[in-house]
Write a protein that binds this ligand. Structure first.
Ligand code: TRP
Ligand code: SF4
Length: 336
């Protein structure tokens, strides 16, 4: 039996926003108190779609780590590292590629989906087809049994399980039952549909985000400008919260009594929209205040972040090396 272990990764795509906080990071914060956790920057995965424009990856990676720390990810509890700084991931990816059936990769649903979605990009590359296999290497190299991911990533976790099973079947010590790689399970992150500034799901591609550490003036400005129920042309026109994106934010950020005040005040034109937005503005600013505060020392002294990542890289590498010793031996590559 191997120890329980949580592992998750994020591609460095630029500043994280409140959707990432409510959807992913809050979950990480809980997990870091319950299990040994490894969280990493999937910079090679970013290259699978950004190979033609790789210049921003490094700075996005540092920014993302600062966002994690700002959110409360604690380097004393969780190991934080960067995928490309643990080159053993690449070695395992290569070795797994020897026995990964092409058909399995072609059938992973994200493969065709993403190709169609990003149709202006040529994604008929070897690296992009191998995306789920690289992800399998990320997971299997730490013998992580728990992988917190959103629903869209579940097929990749299933793929990783099948790869582990096939590996153990082909190379595991027959009879002794010794499993070399651990079959991971997805820890499904509850779908939090964090609404953006326009009522659609908050997402960078919709341009409707508030970033984690956005300054107060900008947050206030964006929220004040947010569209409301179009029926409320004049202050005296009654509205319907059901047709208003601000109401969706109330559901995330305010309590029952405030929400009753909104319902009543909106329908009777008893309150104005700016008045209605104020409790949401206050709640978001107070959610962000400790994040800005936690980020400040890292912004003042970049060496602190480097230090955390260097430590994390070292710890991760140590674990990765152990697995690779077993993997090489199992595949007949033990040169002593
Ligand atoms: N593919 C994941 C995503 O886009 C990122 C990722 C890469 C990952 N390797 C991983 C997630 C390993 C969990 C485990 O969100
Ligand atoms: Fe939306 Fe509030 Fe204005 Fe009603 S009062 S339309 S819920 S912002």
């Amino acid at each position: 039996m191997y120890a329980q272990r949580v592992l998750s990764g994020m591609r460095p795509t630029g500043s994280l926003h409140l959707g990432h906080y409510h959807g992913v990071l809050k979950n990480w914060l809980r997990l870091q108190n319950e299990y040994p956790c490894l969280f990493f920057v999937a910079d090679w995965h970013a290259l699978t779609t950004q190979y033609d424009d790789p210049q921003g990856i490094v700075s996005s990676s540092w920014d993302m780590v600062i966002d994690w720390l700002a959110a409360g990810v604690d380097p004393a509890r969780a190991t934080l590292f960067i995928q490309s700084q643990v080159p053993e991931h690449a070695e395992l990816h290569l070795l797994l590629s020897m026995m990964a059936p092409l058909g399995w990769l072609e059938r992973v649903p994200t493969y065709k989906d993403q190709q169609e979605k990003l149709e202006n990009k040529d994604l008929s590359t070897y690296g992009f087809l191998g995306y789920p296999l690289l992800q399998s290497a990320d997971i299997l190299i730490y013998r992580a049994d728990k992988v917190p991911v959103g629903e869209d990533q579940v097929p990749h976790i299933e793929f990783s399980r099948e790869i582990a099973r096939r590996f153990n079947h082909l190379y595991g010590r027959k009879g002794t039952g010794k499993m070399i790689l651990v079959e991971p399970g997805a820890l499904l992150t509850e779908a939090s549909r964090m609404p953006g500034l326009d009522g659609q799901k908050m997402s960078k591609s919709y341009g409707n985000t508030i970033t984690l550490r956005e300054d107060e003036a900008s947050v206030t400005h964006k929220l004040r400008r947010m569209p409301t129920d179009p029926a409320r042309v004049r202050r005296s026109d009654p509205g319907d919260p059901g047709r208003c994106p601000v109401w969706q934010l109330h559901q995330v950020y305010t309590d029952e009594s405030c929400q009753a005040w909104v319902q009543q005040g909106c329908r009777s034109a008893g309150i104005g929209c700016l008045e209605c937005k104020q409790p949401v503005i206050d709640a978001i600013l107070s959610e962000q205040a400790p994040m800005r505060e936690r980020a400040q020392p890292y912004l003042d002294d970049a060496s602190l972040v480097r230090e955390i990542i260097n430590e994390g890289n070292k710890k991760a590498r140590h674990l990765a090396r152990e697995t690779m010793r077993d993997v090489r031996a199992a595949m007949g590559l033990d040169y002593g």
